[in-house]
Design a protein around this ligand. Sequence first.
Ligand code: AMP
Length: 326
Amino acid sequence: MSLLETIQRSFQSSESETSSIVVVGTVAFDSIETPFGKAERIIGGTGAYISLVASYFTQNINLVSVVGGDFPKSHLKMLNDRGVNTEGVQIRENEKSFFWQGKYHLDMNTRDTLVTDLNVLATFDPVLPDGYKSGDFLMLGNLTPAIQISVIKRMKKRPKLIVMDTMNFWMKHTPKELAEVFTMVDVLVINDAEARELTHEYSLVKAAKKILQMGPSYLIIKKGEHGALLFHESNVFFAPALPLEEVFDPTGAGDSFAGGFIGYLAKTNDISYDNMKRAVIYGSAMASFCVEKFGTERLTELTEDDIEERVNDFVDLVQFDIALVD
Ligand code: AMP
């Protein structure tokens, strides 16, 4: 069976085999400016992007987060309509939601964070409803490491797989707690700049070796429009990013990658290294959709056919025949 057939067959596998995912992350207001336009106070946050994307793979998603009384109920309903359980999203009526504002440079690869108002997040103590505590997969979106730790500790049994995202902000401000989460997870997802900052190594291969000694058994290094690398023991797998004609807003691309990655693993219920390679392709495909419109817009209108077609594009992109000379 070809890689493409294996990928397609597993995407079409029956719903009953899929596992549950607990997603922890921010649910936020984002204000975004790119060279192509502006959007004010639209729905964003790592938890929102991850669960929205994962909902294309399984309908058993349990979100843990916090919002203020200013957060429109219609945004939460949009997540519910996509099959995301928001029972674990606390609503603090008299407080304000997490707010993030960012502006992208002309190359769209770099962005400046203009505002990060933690608001409700500053004192967030995650509460896991009973139905969440035996989740099969745990996805820790970029969030305070201390919160990531409490969620792991509050699960009744250790999930089959714990995946975490993080960012340079936590490397700088809470390095001790971050080091502790690393020892508790299976897969770490970060970008190339963060991997270099964490290890003080320019070579991503050297950086990966160091990071794999910090706790996780698998490491994914995202390289934006240059794809992603999956490291495990002495193995490396590379997934390209699709050269796209339209890139409007890269916000949430990293989270969409994470949502596609964990969603595919949960759907196929297979955490082998070979299946993780396929999950990296699905993550890359979902990230490629995310950037085509502002915020979460593109991620609310996809069909299974769109996703399969996009995955085919990835397979075509890297397929070539070569005759090896002895
Ligand atoms: P990404 O573009 O995938 O890195 O993620 C963008 C999302 O991260 C936005 O929707 C923001 O609301 C959210 N975000 C930005 N900064 C933080 C932070 N310090 N902690 C948690 N979430 C954040």
